[in-house]
Design a protein around this ligand. Structure first.
Ligand SMILES: [Zn+2]
Length: 597
């Protein structure tokens, strides 16, 4: 870098060109367009260490964010865009600072919040990210802020090591992550000034339950920060758990739980109360489980949250399921079906009447399959009615009825009346008992297409399950069109994918014979926060109720006979489909094993 220690668009552009991230034309463009910005560009830290003039953060502009806003396509790629992170990484090597992509899930809250006061951090775009052996690692957006860092080090008696991160990453931490913590600490400080921390009951009596639950502004903003953060991380669930000494907040992301925040025990009840208030639950009821929902917005999308509370040993535990329409509603084509299974399934759902069953354990994506199917079938000409317990996501296109067991409105009673509503397609959340199964059969026999789920491990077991529930064999043969079994497996991160050969034991375990096979696995990188996985895909087993299978459906059918008849008809098992996904490099050996047990 130049001796003036200033990062101009021009030297940024040359840097990027040298590293092959932009073309010569783009380099010229950046330099030219950058000239216009140059006057607004941060002017600081001349070699005398003069103090920065600006205050706040809005007026500090870094070339990296401006260049990223140009949306340049990377040379030799189709559609990959030059990002702020890439520019920042390029700059880091030139200025001799290590680059750090900040992973919020790996940050230690105490480190982030205890060494640098938030206003100072915001003003100077710095954040403490780690502490080890007395040395604090501070991520900076400005590589030339030596004066600021020296000031901080001497004022606070710290030994500081700098790493370079993008301005967006640093702001995200300072605004959201820090925001949650700041709110929690403020709420704690406010309440603990009046009361002994250990004596919660007395505290509530003194302060009045409603006041602390509904109105505490710090609790309100802590919950806002928390939800926002969960949406941003694409979490599917938020768990808020009371422990003996503290509260724990965890997110489930791509099926795996991550610890996010540890909060003071005192703050657990008001946070739970705030969420109960938002989801219109009974605040005073703390001993019985409750269900509720919250509708909110994020990035111009409606997001539906389903909230449930249960009393556990140390208080009330809250689980918030996040129904992101992008995840819950997908094109059937993008869900992971192979061509043969897709066309079979499509043939099922185009039939005018009959029953289609989707099976799999909780969290296997059955709801996504059903909703996505219904949406693909919805049109002004068809009347779709769903009966759910509870309604997972409110969709305007369907007429959704929620089961309300507490007032005697069960699956059974709704289904008995539903046919008067003249439906074409009926979705039943789950078949759990004989009455529901018989209602489903009746609906199918009277000319309706019925979709439902069953809790079985594979497709053929669904038939056995219906028989066990007491449905007549001939009625099953007459109504069931097809059954799918499904699972979700994690996809390998494309950024750190590496090839390896299956070992002899692994080949034996999967019964792949002696021939060697190549598979892939993620090494773990910043894109996948070290997990080696990114996103999930569906594994589908599709059973066609052909004549041969139907002929076997009698009062004393053996599951094995059903399976072999289905396989003769072309059924490919979940395990085989998963192995195919593994050999194609979509998922790993470990995922196949954990999925198929
Ligand atoms: Zn990766």
């Amino acid at each position: 870098m130049s001796a003036t220690k200033k990062l101009t668009f021009e030297n940024c552009a040359h840097l990027l060109k040298k590293q092959g991230l932009i073309s010569a034309e783009q380099c010229t463009e950046i330099a030219a367009r950058g000239k216009a910005q140059e006057t607004r560009l941060y002017a600081l830290h001349q070699s005398g260490g003069s103090r920065r003039v600006q205050s706040g953060t809005a007026d500090i502009i870094f070339p990296a964010e401006v260049i990223a806003a140009f949306n340049f396509e990377l040379p030799g790629t189709s559609g990959k865009i030059l990002t702020e992170d890439m520019v920042t990484e390029a700059v880091s090597s030139a200025v001799g600072l290590p680059y750090l992509k900040i992973d919020p899930l790996k940050l230690d809250l105490d480190v982030v919040t205890s060494y640098i006061p938030r206003p100072f951090a915001l003003k100077n775009l710095i954040v403490a990210v780690a502490e080890s052996g007395g040395i604090i690692t501070v991520a900076v957006a400005d590589p030339f802020n030596d004066a600021i860092i020296n000031e901080l080090a001497s004022a606070r008696q710290l030994e500081i090591r700098r790493v370079l991160s993008s301005k967006s990453d640093i702001l995200k931490i300072l605004r959201e992550f820090y925001g949650f913590r700041a709110s929690v600490m403020a709420a704690e400080a406010e309440s603990s000034s009046t009361v002994d921390l250990g004596n919660l009951e007395q505290f509530f009596k003194m302060k009045g339950q409603q006041e602390i639950e509904g109105n505490d502004k710090h609790v309100v903003s802590a919950v806002d920060f928390l939800l926002h953060y969960a949406f941003e991380q694409h979490a599917s669930d938020i768990h808020i758990e009371p422990k003996r000494e503290k509260g724990l907040i965890r997110f489930r992301i791509d099926g795996v739980m991550h610890n996010i925040h540890v909060i003071p025990k005192l703050l657990h009840p008001p946070i739970v109360s705030r969420i109960k208030l938002l989801s219109r639950m009974d605040l005073a009821e703390k001993r019985r489980p409750q269900d509720g929902r919250i509708k909110t917005h994020f990035n111009n999308k409606d997001i539906e949250l389903r909230v449930s509370t249960v009393p556990v040993a140390f208080g009330e535990k809250v689980v918030i399921r996040i129904f992101d329409p992008d995840i819950l509603l997908q094109d059937l084509d993008s869900m992971g079906f192979y061509a043969r299974e897709m066309s079979l399934y499509n043939s099922f759902i185009r039939r005018p009447n009959g029953i289609i069953l989707v099976t799999g354990p909780t969290g296997s994506g059955k709801t996504t399959t059903l909703y996505s199917t219904l949406r693909s079938l919805s049109s002004p000409e068809v009347n779709i009615i769903t009966v759910e317990d509870p309604i997972e996501m409110v969709m305007e296109e369907f007429n959704q009825i929620g089961v309300q067991q507490n007032i005697g409105v069960g699956f059974d009673s709704i289904l008995r009346n539903i046919l008067r509503q003249d439906p074409d397609i009926i979705m039943i959340g789950e078949i759990r008992d004989k009455e529901t199964a018989e209602n489903a059969v009746q609906a199918a026999l009277t000319g309706h297409l019925v979709l439902s789920t069953l809790h079985t491990n594979d497709s053929a077991s669904a038939i056995v399950r219906l028989l066990d529930l007491g449905v007549q064999p001939f009625l099953i043969s007459a109504t069931v069109i097809g059954i799918i079994a499904q699972r979700l497996v994690r996809k390998i991160c494309p950024h750190c994918k590496q090839v390896r050969e299956l070992t002899g034991d692994e080949l034996d375990y999967l019964q792949l014979g002696k021939k060697s096979h190549v598979v892939w696995e993620g090494q773990g990188c910043k894109e996948c926060r070290g997990t080696g996985y990114k996103g999930r895909t569906g594994i589908f087993e599709v059973l066609d109720m052909n004549e041969r299978v139907k002929s076997l459906v009698t009062g004393h059918v053996e599951l094995a006979d059903l399976v072999s008849a289905a396989q003769e008809g072309g059924l490919i098992s979940l395990r085989q489909v998963a192995i195919r996904k593994m050999l194609e490099g979509a998922t790993t050996y470990e995922e196949v094993i954990s999925m198929t047990g």
